[in-house]
Write a protein that binds this ligand. Sequence first.
Ligand code: ATP
Ligand code: MG
Length: 371
Amino acid sequence: MIIRKLRLLNFRNYAQLELSFSPAMNFFYGANAQGKSNLLEALHCLALTRSFRTAADQELLCFGAESGEVVGEYVDERGSEHVLTMLYRREQGKQISLDRKRLSSHAALVGKFPIVLFSPESHRITAGAPAERRRFIDVLLSQGSPIYLADLQEYNRILRQRNALLAEVHTAAPHHANRTLAAWDESLAVYGCKIIQARCQFVQNNAHLLQQAYAHIAASSHSLQLAYRSQFETLPLAAITPSCFQERLGEYRVREKQRGQTLVGPHRDDLELRINGVDLRRFGSRGEHKSAIMALKMMETEYLKLKLNTTPMILLDDLISELDESRARQCVQYFSGRGQLFISAVTKLTDSSWGEAVNFRIHEGIVKMVN
Ligand code: ATP
Ligand code: MG
């Protein structure tokens, strides 16, 4: 999938913008606070219907504007053209249209325009709380499969309801609600198992891609291992069934009522990263974290390409301040040809060994092509 054109209206610090992109490498440079991340954010909003910096769509609107637009023109593998439009209105929320037809479900879009993002916030994937790694795998699997996204949304809906009930039980009526809880248990178990199974399967099938990527970057004998940690990890995949999940819920019943929240399920799981057997999150050096994040992004790119049979858009925000120059160079070399690249940095890359790029200079929300 290639994005040819982007149009912005009242998006962040862009009052109005129209750009045409290279199908290969696009390089944006400019001083701090000029609009580099805002531009990549607009591309991210198109692909995943939401920003990587905020969950509040109103924040995307230019200060004081009542409405705004992000429009992308794409060509797919078969050469067909698509127009994707996000219309933001401060009061009524956003409307998404694909090829001028309004989408009733935003989820339908996820995975159609696959994307991989590397940004200053990516360090949270390896260094942050388990929720950050769950988000990483959830976004990736959702892009790879609309079924996964639908199952995840359903699981989260059931979890919210069950947690609300448990909170009520916790504060008001500890001995009531067993029957109502049991009704939620069944569906929580069904969808919880689907999520755990899909994540475990992903790790089993793709851990070697991560190892390969890490070996490519670290160029040493060190290896990066990926494992899925859950309450069911001692069981073989086929034995993680809804009945076994429900059994576990039974064991946790008293504790769940005491705590007022659901204590069994994929919302408590984690992805574990180890370098030569040593836990990266706790013991990793800064360089090891950086290399691991890059390797994760490479795995993401390979997975999406294989799964969706199309190349993703690859956004590398603030590349050089995040990585040192040699890692940044490796990163660009690796991603070149694996997807349409969008790179931002504070200064222009003058050295042609980075590869052929179309260069854009960004100053106060105005973008000029400078090749
Ligand atoms: P850096 O190199 O520091 O990362 P950047 O070029 O990536 O800088 P952006 O994050 O794109 O900078 O932000 C550019 C400017 O946009 C900032 O000054 C910010 O205050 C401004 N801005 C953010 N949101 C809005 C908004 N909703 N309306 C208008 N301006 C905004
Ligand atoms: Mg930035």
